[in-house]
Design a protein around this ligand. Sequence first.
Ligand code: SF4
Length: 411
Amino acid sequence: MKVYIETYGCAAAQGDAAIMEGILLQRGYEIVGDTDKADVVVIVTCIVVDATQQRMISRIKKFNEMGKKIVVAECMASALPHVVKKIAPHAMLLPPRYIHHIVDVIEGKRDFIEKPKVLLPRKIGIRLNIPIAEGCLYNCSYCITKIARGKLLSFQMEGIVEDVKKAIEKGCKEIRLTTQDTASYGIDIGKSLPELINEIASIEGEFRIRVGMMHPSSAYRIFDELMEAYENEKVYKFLHLPLQSASPKILRAMRRGYSYEQFKEIVHAFRKKFSHSTFATDIIVAFPGESEQDFNETMEAIKELQPDITNVTRFSPRPYTEAAKLKKLPTQVAKQRSRITSEIALKISYERNKKLIGKTFQALFLEKRGEWTIGKTDGYKSVYAKNATIGEFAMVKITNAKLTHVEGIVE
Ligand code: SF4
């Protein structure tokens, strides 16, 4: 049987898609790149904001009109099953915790059991997203991911390490540890993220480990051991810590559970320890009740923290969340604040990139885009080079700066 997989969403969803593809191939299914040729269409859904939800709805409608057998997998299947059933009554639902049942759902079986996502077949490329847990410890007032993925469930460390070993043996060069909050990994099984990083870093071979997004409160709790684990040269000096807002009033309304002062402490300590590093953050603008003063507090924070990467999102009320009951700010205000935040963020990123010109760093090159080969330095800075080789580590001299990356020449 021929299966077409269309994947949306975060690194965790990408990691789950790699598992579903691995299982399908192992069970003799053929993966095709074109819906017309497919007997079954699998859509790996994301509903983090309304815009993506609308995209999912239009894709599912399209596949339904084509008369395809449809599997709706991941967050929409668990958080909004009724929305799916309304547009495609025969669609089969596969929530995040049951993706290992991909063949069963296609074959019409329904008795699913939950199972940690380890020691499962995966599609392995030069880069691999490895989900290390499911769900999280928090209850942010705007978040539908918590509704879709539930409470924290960490996967066994031995299984994760075994899967990474297999991936490295098959030529994978970049391991991305991913879940909603990597820093709370292991709390429920007596393990910790630093332990997991150390175990993976001790695997033979030349590869890099990218540690995914952390909730600031969880990162704060394990910070010292985490920074020790980051000292290993296999670990990218990359910290992804969503601030969302710097206003105490808005952080309370979001139920984020940390203060800007605590957040700042982590970032400054990380930067002090690793001079060549990348700090990424996320900002939600126009959260209900965000006054001009609250917004300016967040802009001042960005100027103070100088993030290398700032992901800006306009507040989007999500079904079944507390924040969805609150009065939305006018769209015009949201658009304006999003534009201002992106302008400030890109200016900062460009200024920081310019400071790297003339310097030389080790980088791992993983992707081709036109005449450029794209890599990541050990400080996780995106570097474009014309004379680099995919899959290779090389010393690269930075020759030019762009808004979101640098250019260089392999020496
Ligand atoms: S930490 Fe907050 S925003 Fe992140 S998945 Fe959990 S509830 Fe959602």
